[in-house]
Ligand binder design. Structure first.
Ligand code: FAD
Length: 257
């Protein structure tokens, strides 16, 4: 796999070049048995900005190469920026190791093989998965990949915001970190699939919510996101426009965005 930046040889390549940046892996840390925190340092962060909830697309194979043109789904993988430090010119992503070694797609292989000093080409940060600070209260619902996105969003809300969360993981050991002092109901799949997850919806069904709807942020597997939204709309009476769902992956689809 190549993460080298391609010199802009033609006008199309130049357009692409304006939208991506180079960096290198500056740290790899296992924060849970199935969660890796990967730090990427880049002098180009001086010209880039980031809002909590935004993601980068890691260029694992060059989309403009022959390989990338033939296999466009095997080029980019998306990870939410976990922490961003303009001062240190670095950012972190938190990657869920959802399958055992030797299985999974190119994103999983990239994360498992990441080592300090590896060159990384990334697109972004970009995206509009943002908190709505004006909402009366905030509800975060998702599994491991979503929790990676929720961390910076919850921190952006500040200490005064009323936050609730239902967070799914495979087991207690696999729980991704969540900002300290924030109430989170943790639910565990224990071998059940994360797709169409009853575990997550049942966890939400047991949660006490205020009478008045707030803002809900739902991410992770596409059909689980729909089930969570359906529960909030049909059982809790929340307006659809108060529920933001962002599908991150789904069985059978490669590199969802
Ligand atoms: C906006 C956005 C933000 C994202 N942020 C994060 C993040 O912060 N952290 C993170 O870990 N991921 C995040 N993802 C998901 C990530 O981009 C990849 O989809 C994921 O890492 C899988 O990539 P892959 O190449 O290994 O598998 P792919 O080739 O994309 O998928 C192959 C197959 O693997 C299976 N699969 C993929 N992901 C999972 C999973 N989590 N659990 C079970 N089976 C799975 C599916 O059957 C899929 O068809 C985000 C996605 C989007 C769209």
């Amino acid at each position: 796999m190549s993460t080298q930046r391609t010199p802009a040889r033609n006008p199309l390549a130049r357009v692409f070049a304006e939208h991506f940046a180079e960096g290198e892996v500056a740290g790899v840390e296992r924060v849970a048995p199935t969660m890796l925190r990967i730090r990427i340092a880049s002098p180009e962060l001086d010209r880039l900005s980031w809002e909590p909830g935004q993601h980068v697309r890691i260029q694992i194979n060059d989309p403009l190469s022959l390989y990338g043109i033939v296999r466009p789904k095997e080029t980019l993988r998306t990870y939410t920026v976990w922490e961003f430090s303009a001062a240190d010119r670095s950012f972190d992503v938190l990657v869920h190791l959802y399958a055992p070694e030797g299985e999974g797609g190119i994103g999983l292989a990239w994360a498992r093989e990441a080592a300090v000093g590896d060159r990384v080409v990334f697109w972004g940060p970009r995206g509009d998965f943002a908190v709505r600070p004006e909402a009366a209260h905030h509800l975060f619902v998702g599994e491991e990949t979503a929790t990676a996105a929720f961390w910076p969003m919850v921190r952006a809300l500040g200490g005064g915001a009323e936050v609730r969360a239902v967070l799914e993981s495979e087991s207690e050991e696999d729980e991704p970190p969540f900002p300290a002092g924030r109430p989170a109901v943790r639910v565990h799949r224990r071998g059940e699939p994360a797709a169409r997850s009853r575990t997550l919806v049942d966890g939400l069904a047991g949660l006490d919510l205020p009478e008045t709807p707030g803002a809900a942020y739902v991410a992770g597997e596409a059909r689980t996101c729909q089930m969570v939204r359906d529960h909030l709309v049909s059982v809790r009476g929340w307006p659809r426009e108060d529920i933001r769902t962002v599908p991150f992956w789904t069985p059978g689809k490669r590199g969802l965005h």
